[in-house]
Design a protein around this ligand. Structure first.
Ligand code: ADP
Ligand code: MN
Ligand code: MN
Ligand code: MN
Ligand code: MN
Length: 335
């Protein structure tokens, strides 16, 4: 007997990487082994020397094929075993390891938008829907578009054993959110990439595209972000470390270092309107959805908990945002 393993990897497309996958049939009892692919077709190699290596790093049940089928997330390597330059997971590993004793947790809120053809799902042909208002956490066919896809995606994430923690409809028609976490930097990121793959794969069955575009509709419509909630053990136990982390994110060149790696099109979304802070001005505050970093009101009441970095775009690479936050905040907290 045999089973199916769907090997999933992140490609080298600029400026935003795409997910790729292909199927390997494995003998029963055999572990998913290293595999190869044609990097010249994924922006990961030139044609004359195009073999690249897939190294399995995270495996979970395949909720689509079911049975003994699995999904296998891979890192991409050169044939000599070095991480490919598109492999941002390899950059996160040593940073996560260096600060492991601080026990970082992340919860990432993934916003996204469904498109049918060239328009967001729910936008009428050749026109616009009623302005924002009834859509966020809404109910009813006049407010909600694509719920059957969203529910199926949630069930599949749960069946895969991912740390998905909730879903909600967003402020623009056809726009939704799911949350992954809290979990460690590598776990939250691995689970997020698999959850994204399941989202695209599930929407595909409905003839719908899911996009992480940061500003999918021009005009008075909210963009799509990936608010990143972060804590260390010390932050979960006291308030002073919370302030230390918020201050560290505002030090020197840290705001620019972060913002330039928080996803493509950041200036189009962080305008200062639509519940955002301007991209070029760092701020933090309690309960403030117009700040770069928000301290939830409950965290101030409890004098412990976590912070929310509201800047990352929906199209951010979770391996990058978690690495930057751990590096900046854990370095400051260590002092
Ligand atoms: P919002 O009110 O901003 O919409 P959500 O409920 O959508 O917040 O998301 C909050 C996220 O924060 C969830 O993924 C949750 O798991 C995560 N979270 C909760 N507590 C912590 C913590 N101590 N550290 C990191 N993340 C946390
Ligand atoms: Mn071939
Ligand atoms: Mn949310
Ligand atoms: Mn949201
Ligand atoms: Mn949020």
């Amino acid at each position: 007997m045999s089973y199916k393993a769907e090997y999933i990897w992140i490609d080298g497309t600029e400026p935003t990487a795409l997910l790729r996958s292909k199927t390997k049939i494995l003998a029963d009892g055999a572990e998913p082994s290293v595999w190869g692919f044609d990097g010249s077709s994924t922006n990961q190699a030139e044609g004359h020397s195009s073999d690249r290596v897939l190294r399995p790093v995270f495996t979970c049940p395949d909720p689509i094929r079911g049975g003994t089928s699995v999904l296998v997330l891979c890192e991409v390597e050169e044939i000599d075993g070095a991480p490919h330059k598109s492999n941002t997971r390899a950059l996160l590993r040593p940073i996560a390891e260096q600060f492991a004793d601080q026990e970082s947790w992340f919860g990432i809120e993934q916003e996204y938008t469904f498109f049918k053809g060239s328009r967001p799902l729910g936008f009428p042909e050749g026109g616009f829907p009623a302005p924002q208002g009834p859509y966020y956490c809404g109910v009813g066919a006049d407010a909600i578009f694509g719920r059957e896809i969203v529910e199926l995606h949630l069930d599949r994430c749960l069946a895969a054993g991912l740390a998905i923690s909730g879903i909600n409809a967003e402020v623009m028609p056809g726009q939704w959110e799911f949350q992954v976490g809290p979990a460690s930097p590598l776990d939250v990121s691995d689970h997020m990439w698999i959850a994204r793959w399941l989202l695209y794969r599930t929407a595909e069955e409905f003839g719908v595209e899911a996009t992480l575009d940061a500003k999918p509709a021009r005009g008075d419509w909210n963009g799509a972000g990936a608010h990143t909630n972060f804590s260390t053990k010390a932050m979960r136990e006291g308030y002073e470390p919370i302030i230390t982390a918020c201050e560290a994110l505002g030090q020197d060149d840290k705001p620019m270092e972060h913002i330039t790696q928080y996803g493509v099109g950041i200036e189009s979304r962080l305008t200062g309107a639509h519940e955002t802070a301007p991209w070029n001005k760092y701020s933090y505050g309690v309960s403030n959805r117009g700040a770069s970093v928000r301290i939830p009101w409950q965290v101030e009441v409890d004098q412990k908990g976590y912070i929310e970095d509201r800047r990352p775009n929906a199209n951010v690479d979770p391996y990058v945002v978690t690495r930057l936050l751990v590096n900046t905040c854990c370095s400051a907290l260590e002092k």
